[in-house]
Design a protein around this ligand. Structure first.
Ligand code: SF4
Length: 445
């Protein structure tokens, strides 16, 4: 939608009180996201009443899911777009659009020719390789919102990667709802391995990372392309959701807990240096203490590098949403805390083992923590979800790859000194040298 605005020569402003048109892009697949979206729409509605805003537009998954109810209850909204109607913002900006523009997600999948503006950073990008999902995980509302899987062609994805590479993007994070299922809906059935092999040949694609794999069909060709192509990172992002047989059955994941032990072992054998990210849901209906203890034992055994834990959200139009043996909220929260407390020292120990190591760090820019620090990530840290490397003692430009010596580690972040090309410690030009200071990294209590 930002790309559409740019293409139509609208200026994007950062403060809502400066905007003639406000677009709220919503999320609608779990309770807290829905609440946040609704609060934001109501808050933005006030700029229409009191400010210069002339039109309020609501887009995304919430309006896709609840189009009619929102239309009835939110008269202040001028236009509704769904989860796949981004290009229709053009009609809205032209001024001749209907109020209800929510379409069928099956009618659209993004293409390299669509206008695109990079947000946040000009050296990294997420590449949507497919839209929708054909699976039936019982807790998940996404297939109902996003529709069946529609994969983009290998050629179109490579074209987008090449275009972005020409604009200076060096890190490409391939995403979709079910990345391992890529290509099954296309003629000729190209596989994810075919796609990744092709993307790895695009000039300028220095880091390629795969997100949201499913613990099946991790084929030998896919593992080979990750192992053999130096620009395909051995970073495995595999949301496992749970580890107890009973819960995996209830969640309709299509496999049991033993499979997960085998998947981790197989990947560790094939990719000894891999960094493994996963996520779990606690508090799903029917989750007993025994189920939860099985999950704890699995996380303790696997020693993942990055773990995210989500509280179950009871959603209508899902199979789990009809289950009755709900886990009390305080029990789910306690399990959430317990699992995070188990993982924290694992993460800290793994990061401490890197002290003294030289890592290639992609510099993201000046740190949020201090203007005297830069921050970046080594390949084992994905943007937005994992920790960071805080870079001290030197100067660097956003988008640069820099050798750095790890000097300290916190629970989820590293601290490193920037090195010069000959391996010496970098030092900032005279006059720019910041006072030497101790950096206190935030740790989650
Ligand atoms: S694979 Fe992911 S998006 Fe698809 S149904 Fe399962 S949890 Fe939802």
């Amino acid at each position: 939608m930002l790309g559409v605005s740019d293409a139509m020569k609208w200026q994007v402003v950062s403060a809502p009180d400066e905007a003639d048109v406000i677009v709220v892009n919503t999320c609608g697949f779990i309770g807290p996201a829905k609440e946040e979206s609704i609060d934001t729409i109501l808050e933005m509605g006030r700029y229409k009443e009191e400010g210069r805003c002339e039109r309020l537009v609501v887009a995304g998954c919430l309006s896709q899911r609840y189009a009619d109810a929102m239309s009835d209850e939110m008269p202040e909204v001028d236009h509704f777009l769904g989860s796949s109607d981004m290009l229709k913002l053009g009609r809205v900006l032209e001024g001749e659009a209907a109020r209800m523009l929510v379409g069928n997600p099956a009618d659209y999948v993004m293409a390299a020719a669509d206008p695109r503006r990079l947000t946040q950073s000009s050296h990294r990008a997420f590449i949507k390789i497919a839209e929708g999902c054909n699976r039936t995980c019982s807790f998940c509302a996404i297939p109902g919102i996003r529709g069946k899987q529609r994969s983009r062609s290998v050629e179109d994805i490579c074209l987008e990667v090449a275009k972005l590479s020409e604009r200076g993007v060096v890190e490409f994070n391939l995403v979709s709802q079910d990345t391992i299922g890529y290509g099954r809906d296309l003629d000729g059935r190209p596989t994810l391995a075919d796609l990744v092999g092709a993307v790895s040949q695009v000039e300028g694609a220095r880091w390629i990372r795969l997100h949201y794999l499913y613990p099946e069909s991790l084929t030998d060709p896919l593992i080979s392309v990750i192992r053999d192509q130096p620009n395909v990172l051995p970073y495995i992002d595999l949301p496992l959701q749970h580890a107890s047989d009973a819960m995996l059955r209830r969640m309709r994941r299509g496999h049991g807990g033993k499979r997960l032990y085998r998947v981790v072992e197989r990947l560790r054998e094939a990719l000894p240096d891999m960094v493994f990210r996963t996520t779990f849901i606690v508090g799903h209906p029917g989750e007993t203490e025994e189920d939860f203890e099985e999950l704890m034992a699995f996380v303790k055994w696997a020693e993942f590098d990055h773990v995210g834990v989500f509280l179950y959200s009871h959603e209508e139009d899902t199979l789990s949403g009809e289950m009755e043996d709900l886990v009390p909220d305080e029990v789910a929260r306690r399990r959430h805390r317990k699992l995070m407390s188990l993982q924290r020292p694992i993460s800290r120990r793994k990061l401490r083992e890197r002290i003294g190591e030289e890592l290639e760090v992609l510099v993201d820019g000046v740190s949020d923590e201090s203007d005297f620090l830069m921050e970046g990530r080594w390949w084992g840290q994905a943007p937005e979800v994992d920790g960071k490397v805080y870079l001290a003692n030197g100067t660097a430009q956003a988008g640069e790859f820099r050798q750095s010596l790890v000097t300290a580690a916190a629970d989820y972040d590293l601290v490193a000194d920037l090195l010069t090309a000959d391996g010496a410690h970098d030092s900032p030009p005279d006059g720019l040298r910041p006072p030497r200071r101790r950096v206190q990294l935030k740790t989650v209590p």
